[in-house]
Design a protein around this ligand. Sequence first.
Ligand SMILES: Cc1ncc(COP(=O)(O)O)c(C=O)c1O
Length: 374
Amino acid sequence: MKILPFERWISALVRPLETLNLIRISRQTVLSNYDFFQNLHPSSFLFPVVKSNAYGHGLPQMVDILRHRSFPYYVADSYWEALKIWQLHRHPVLLIGPIHPQNYRHMDFNRLAFAVSDCQSLEAIGQTGRRVNVHLKVNTGLNRQGIDPQAIPVAIDILKKYPQIHLEGVMSHLADADNPVSTHTARQQLLFRRVCRDIQRRGLNPRYLHLSATYGTNKPPASEFNTIRLGIGLYGYGPFNGLHPALSLLSTLTKIAPIKKGDCVGYGCTYTALRPSNIGVIPLGYFEGLDRRLSNLGHVRYQNHFLPIIGRISMNLTVVDLGKLTPKLFDQVEVYGPDSSASNSISKAAEICQTIPYDLLVHLNESIRRVVVN
Ligand SMILES: Cc1ncc(COP(=O)(O)O)c(C=O)c1O
């Protein structure tokens, strides 16, 4: 008997069961977002970023979609994510998260490249004695990861000591790219350009030079540095009108009941009905990833109506005000929809929560079933 990996086994087991919560990912939308950036920078390499469960969209689902495009690397955070990608697509992965130096010797270096941010890690990679691609990460002003420019000569000495390490890329990351009037971005670009030239002068010729993620792509040198790590833009959020969110989160009305004027709803009695109404209960709460800050503020859509979330969102349940509507029990509602201007969009919800779409997306619980449509 063939042994299935655990996740495939579970998914085979539950497939006949209906689900009350569902995440739908539009294949066409993801691919058209991808193509949008490729058309914007036709000579650049795009590295799709699929870390954090592909920004909540589902790693297997996104890998399945992205197989339809050709690019040098997926970008993931951890080796564990790379292993998951390879279950579906034996394709190169660039790891950008920190790695314990002791772990390199246990890793499969085939189809893997490392973003390396410090000389100790470079030494540890060298000591494995194995051939490997690295992308040197330089700190140009985010001050989070990366080798400081003045330490680059030390890193190059290590690279020369271990000729089996191939310097395939040089990269950095912008701190203020979503600020259209930032002067910091231009400073980082300048510094990155200098570092790349310095490395080239020292006889190394890395193929991929990458500074920009999504928000860097509307700043001219994105093409000059020939690679873009494309994260949030791929999923449909970012600085351009041509992008469309690929994700919808659907749920189900599992209870419909009248409430009287003066009745309160939910923990802490933060909502009191001003008039008789009907409430609907959906089986989705902050565990599933519906941010608790949407309590009494967010909306879900039922047909063409936007229903206010009333009372506090609980761990696994949320109550909405149906007003005079008369849906049927087990009718579907759209918790997050793909129309960015609608009051149940991720962008709108992020505004309400005073956060960013990334935050809401990555917190969509992995246990919610994801399906790819069209
Ligand atoms: C190093 C690095 N590159 C690229 C990205 C992708 O950024 P974005 O989603 O803004 O495109 C991230 C996101 O966290 C990152 O940390």
